[in-house]
Design a protein around this ligand. Structure first.
Ligand SMILES: [Zn+2]
Length: 174
């Protein structure tokens, strides 16, 4: 699936488990960043199939050439499993196997991959909004969803403004 879908799924699980900073880093490495192997395979794939082929749901072009690293195959459990020992919730194994599970569902439903992906993404986003809202409203027992939306709006604007300021400062200093 799209890397954004993997990211949404990882964020949803991470929020649900209330991960700490270190756990987030490991979760995103094993749950999302393993897709970086596609970047390595991309030059060969694009020169054989054309740029538009990037959007194909599967990069298996029948050439037999690898487009995914071993991290995308169950055999990598031998690497991930030992690394998971000592982590709460076995974080590396949990997020890596979720990534593989999502990719498996996708290859099993290849013909319907866009609708499946849209439904899955929507469900993840709904879950993320629900978890963030629940956490926010726990601290403000008498606030409602409208207030939550305007709070989000406000903090989004504030962070965009913050980005704008740092970009200006950056370019001002060179
Ligand atoms: Zn993947």
């Amino acid at each position: 699936m799209l890397t954004t879908t993997h990211l949404l799924a990882a964020v949803l699980i991470g929020l649900f488990l209330n991960l700490n900073k270190d756990e987030w880093f490991v979760a995103l490495t094993f749950g999302v960043a393993i897709d970086l192997d596609h970047v390595l395979a991309a030059p060969r794939y694009i020169s054989d199939n054309g740029l538009a082929a990037i959007l194909r749901p599967s990069w298996d072009d029948g050439s037999g050439l690898p487009w995914r690293s071993l991290m995308h195959y169950p055999v990598a459990a031998f690497v991930v499993m030992p690394l998971s020992i000592g982590w709460r919730y076995f974080v590396p194994l949990l997020f890596w196997s979720t990534h593989l599970g999502i990719d498996y569902i996708q290859s099993a439903t290849l013909a319907y991959s866009s609708p499946v992906e849209i439904v899955f993404m929507t469900a993840c986003i709904a879950g993320i909004v629900f978890l963030v809202y629940r956490r926010w409203s726990d601290l403000r027992p008498d606030a409602d969803f409208n207030q939550f939306v305007s709070h989000l709006n406000g903090s989004l604007r504030a962070s965009l403004k913050g980005c704008g300021v740092s970009i200006r400062q950056f370019f001002g200093s060179i």
